[in-house]
Write a protein that binds this ligand. Structure first.
Ligand SMILES: [Zn+2]
Ligand SMILES: [Zn+2]
Length: 291
């Protein structure tokens, strides 16, 4: 039976969005100015470890596994990846997947929730303040019927708090600032750069004329492979966003490792012929556009 879920009218309360934007920003400003004098090696290690784990929660967990079903993970791995995704404070698994699928369905058209067609700021974080209808019944039926996804969605508040309490338990107040708040700030802006810069600056190997998605090496590195965003819009289900040897894709390498350890299966790899065919279509379109 297909479950129905009532649409979420507002992504967050406006005040919550402001807090999610301003508190990590203020903490980061404090940490890199006043706080830099007393930062310890332990703080930096905690910051690096939490940032990397949560970024993987977003890229491998929320994006490639949850939203696009690019691979199937062992249930325990799936649970851990989704909880790490919640730690990003970018929404529950269900709201994140719904918004992102809405983006793919309407990329750079009027109904795109975060296209830079409106403005770069809108695509980056301005869209979070928009009152809009998030309807999983339209975009995320599969996720609605996934018990692990729904369990983490319903208990997301608990996991989100745990993601801030743990850095405190491990590193005290400085651990909380660096591995909690500064980490939230960094992961937020790297993720949002894929939506803003990754639809504005870079090159297009595919989808010319369809959307504005680009391949951008800087975001490719910073966002653990998500910056090969033009490749991703051309082949959304692919577990690997880096399609050329020099397109470093750390999330793709992590999925490969999960597969090697038998913790992931049904890993989606795009056949070379399909890539070549799309690339030829794109260059033909480019030639036509110059005629
Ligand atoms: Zn996109
Ligand atoms: Zn996607």
């Amino acid at each position: 039976m297909i479950k129905q879920s009532s649409p979420v009218k507002h992504r967050f309360h406006q005040g919550v969005v402001l807090n999610i934007l301003i508190i990590p920003f203020a903490a980061t400003l404090f940490a890199i100015t006043v706080g830099l004098g007393w930062v310890s090696g332990k703080d930096l290690i905690l910051f690096g470890a939490f940032s990397f784990a949560v970024a993987l929660g977003v890229t491998v967990g929320y994006h490639r596994m949850l939203t696009h079903y690019s691979f199937h993970a062992n249930p325990v791995v799936k649970l851990i990846l989704l909880i790490l995704g919640v730690w990003s404070l970018e929404g529950t698994p269900l709201t994140w997947a719904t918004t992102h699928l809405e983006h793919h369905a309407n990329a750079d058209k009027d109904a795109d929730p975060h296209s830079p067609m409106k403005s770069l700021w809108h695509a980056h974080a301005g869209w979070l303040f928009n009152k809009r209808r998030i309807d999983p019944n339209i975009y995320a039926q599969k996720q609605l019927n996934d018990p692990i996804v729904m369990f983490v969605t319903k208990t997301a508040g608990f996991w989100a708090i745990l993601g801030l309490v743990l850095p405190f338990l491990l590193g005290g107040w400085s651990g909380f600032i660096w591995a909690g708040l500064v980490r939230v700030f960094v992961v937020h802006h790297v993720t949002w750069s894929v939506n803003s810069l990754g639809h504005s600056f870079g090159t297009q190997d595919f989808n010319k004329g369809h959307d504005l998605s680009t391949n951008n090496w800087l975001i490719g590195v910073l966002a653990l492979g998500e910056g090969w965003h033009n490749n991703h819009h051309a082949f959304p289900k692919s577990a690997f966003h880096g399609l050329k040897w020099y397109q470093i894709d750390i999330s793709g390498m992590f999925i490969r490792l999960l597969g090697f350890l038998h913790l992931a299966n049904d890993i989606c790899v795009v056949p070379k012929q399909a890539i070549m065919a799309k690339q030829m279509a794109a260059s033909k379109k480019g030639v036509e556009a110059h005629m």
